[in-house]
Design a protein around this ligand. Structure first.
Ligand code: PRX
Length: 631
């Protein structure tokens, strides 16, 4: 690809160009894609509103760039390799030519169900090839996809369906995840019964178990799709038309729908994929994320396919049937670029080195990590045991809202330092500010991480609530996008991400708002009030620590605990279950009624001697009770 950087000197040169003349810089990169008609202005922006438009009035369809454009040279090249949950099942290989047919058929099926440009379609699916096909089918006809991770509960799914007013849900009878089975259709039925907007449920067979069937609304994927025409014209989309909505948690109770648009997202995910992973034409690339998260959107589907790459999709989990699953797949498929999360690395470290070195990992050229700060020990282990000290690690910092990787090494030529994400990608202008929003210009300092200039895949809005987008990201510091993260820039100008500075906890790379979990806990029968904080967790990065005040406590606390856990599973899903629940009679509050989380955090972190000033508390005696009962 013409936009591939091949040395650190070239990176520095490109970085300088991208800052001195961002518009020309991005216009040149955007020229490598197929536009139905060219943009007439590269960038229009104002962070105050916020209003950001890239490639203004440009017309395109991202699927033509992901698929059709490659059919001449790469029709028979494998686009997607699917690896089943079950190690003994054969891989599925989908070539670009086959992907084209499947996407067109699914797109025509959606059309036959009355779906068109601008309609929202919810995807609640296992990690099967049909999920990638469904994503691209939506994009083909200009429908906006909203993928919801198939680990969320019926209630959480219903909230997301309702918020986006989706007309169709695509799901499956069920899914396999390790030795667990999840009845997805049952969950969807429950969710849909709480919504008024769903017209149809399209169901792929996966577990082949019986499901409830409503003849009016339900359609089998396997009946509808194969009969469709294998050609479907790609809808002409404006560069700024929404491509998808992806819900993510913030510091308030309700998850928000981050909106990404067609043109800028395409240019940035393609550019960042090619450069961070240094993808060569015949490489096999594997990102272990789920497509339910942004990493799966940008770096399983869009980024790789835009570069005519071969991308692996894995249905299972890293630790089943044993902790060698990832390494066996790398050997079997001869994976060249491997991209995973620190939480998976930490979990697999506990399985020992024997299970790793049994496999031939010599195909690896780049190892990536994403989702949370990687600790020293995990970084060293990844480097030494998986990379045999020969493979570079790219620690990629980014967010759902940024659409693509922002700070990271590029393949093997960027300097590497354990626990440091490194330098910004070309086009990205990060900065550190203090609490008052004053930029910290010297190196060797810590501060709040902001970005001063728009990049093509910055979020455009939060669905149905532009004010919230402005408030959350563009109001803390004038003229800047605020990430919610704290960071340090060392004397070499490299960034190390410290973690969230807002009320967001990052559990195994999954984001939750403390308020979101508290709202769920408070739905339990016996709960009066709760406060949730994060604490360091050996495998998950952060664990969830809940302080709970109960009323009418049942005969024992164990029952209350179970009731709380069940409620969280019902309201959000098993991924948000608190790791620790401490029952308390009061919470540390200021005279104005605000919970002093700083105190709760220190207790949860096992540092009750570092509480600082507690004189502003309404009732300081609750603190000693909390310390005494700490888990
Ligand atoms: O705190 C940062 C952390 O994950 C947050 C974004 O979460 P999400 O939108 O779910 O996206 C995750 C995948 C892109 C960030 O605000 N984070 C992500 N990557 C890193 C990271 N923290 C440290 N190092 C990283 N490489």
């Amino acid at each position: 690809m013409s936009y591939r950087i091949t040395s650190f000197d070239q990176y520095k040169e490109q970085y300088a160009n991208s800052v001195n003349d961002p518009e020309n810089f991005w216009a040149e990169i955007a020229d490598s894609f197929h536009w139905k008609s060219k943009w007439d202005k590269t960038l229009e922006w104002e962070f105050e509103t916020p209003n950001v438009k890239w490639f203004v009035n440009g017309k395109l369809n991202i699927t033509e760039n992901c698929i059709d454009r490659h059919l001449g040279q790469h029709r028979d090249k494998t686009a997607i390799i699917w690896e089943s949950n079950f190690p003994d099942r054969e891989n599925i290989y989908l070539s670009y030519g086959e992907l084209h047919i499947e996407v067109c058929q699914a797109a025509n099926a959606l059309k036959s169900m009355g779906i068109g440009k601008g309609d929202r379609v919810c995807l609640y699916m296992p990690m099967i090839p049909e999920l990638a096909v469904a994503v691209l089918a939506c994009a083909r006809i200009g429908a906006i996809h909203s993928v919801v991770f198939a680990g969320f509960s019926a209630q959480a799914l219903a909230d997301r369906i309702e918020d986006a007013k989706c007309k169709v849900v695509i799901t499956s009878d069920g899914l396999f995840r390790g030795n667990k089975k999840v009845e997805l259709k049952k969950i969807v039925d429950e969710a849909v019964s709480k919504c008024s907007c769903i017209e149809h449920i399209l169901v792929k067979k996966c577990t082949y178990e019986e499901v409830n069937w409503n003849k009016q609304t339900d359609i089998w994927w396997d009946d509808l799709i194969p009969n469709q025409a294998t050609v479907c014209p790609a809808e002409e989309m404006d560069s700024e038309d929404p491509l998808f909505i992806l819900y993510t948690s913030g510091s308030t109770g309700k998850p928000k729908g981050v909106v990404h648009t067609c043109g800028g997202y395409m240019v940035y995910t393609a550019y960042s994929f090619a450069n961070v992973f240094q993808y060569d034409e015949s490489d096999i690339y594997w990102c272990t994320a789920d497509i339910g998260w942004i990493t799966g959107h940008s770096y399983i589907i869009y980024g790789p396919l835009l570069n005519a790459a071969t991308t692996v999709m894995f249905e299972g989990v890293p630790t089943w049937p044993d902790g060698g699953r990832f390494w066996q797949i790398i050997e079997k498929l001869k994976v060249n670029q491997f991209y995973t999360a620190p939480t998976a690395i930490r979990a697999l470290m506990t399985c020992g080195e024997e299970i790793v070195i049994k496999n031939d990992l010599s195909s690896l050229k780049v190892l990536g990590t994403v989702g949370e700060p990687i600790n020293h020990e995990a970084w060293e282990w990844y480097k030494r045991v998986i990379g045999e000290n020969k493979v570079p690690i790219v620690d990629t910092w980014w967010q759902t809202e940024t659409g693509g990787i922002m700070i990271s090494g590029l393949g093997s030529f960027s300097p590497q330092k354990a626990t440091f994400a490194g330098y910004p990608l070309p086009g990205i202008q990060p900065c550190l500010v203090d609490q008052n929003g004053v930029e910290i210009k010297e190196n060797g300092q810590e501060g709040l991480l902001c970005v001063k200039f728009p990049w093509p895949s910055i979020l455009r809005t939060t669905y149905g609530d532009h004010k919230r987008c402005k408030l959350t990201y563009f109001s803390s510091f004038k003229g800047m996008y605020f990430t919610g993260d704290g960071a340090r820039r060392d004397m070499d100008g490299m960034y190390r991400i410290i973690g969230r500075v807002d009320d967001v906890i990052n559990v195994s790379g999954h984001r939750f708002g403390t308020a979101e979990i508290e709202n769920a806990i408070n739905e339990s029968e016996f709960v009066v009030e709760s406060a949730v904080v994060g604490y360091p967790h050996e495998i998950k990065g952060q664990g969830i620590y809940a302080y709970v005040i109960c009323d009418n406590i049942p005969s024992n606390y164990e029952m209350a605990r179970l009731e709380i856990l069940n409620t969280v599973v019902r309201e959000i899903g098993p991924i948000a279950k608190p790791d620790k629940i401490q029952f308390v009679s009061g919470l540390p509050k200021t005279r104005s009624g605000k919970i002093m989380r700083r105190i709760l955090r220190k207790v949860a972190e096992g540092e009750p001697d570092k509480l600082g000033d507690i004189s502003t508390l309404l009732d300081p005696t609750v603190v000693s009770e909390i310390i005494k009962g700490a888990l």
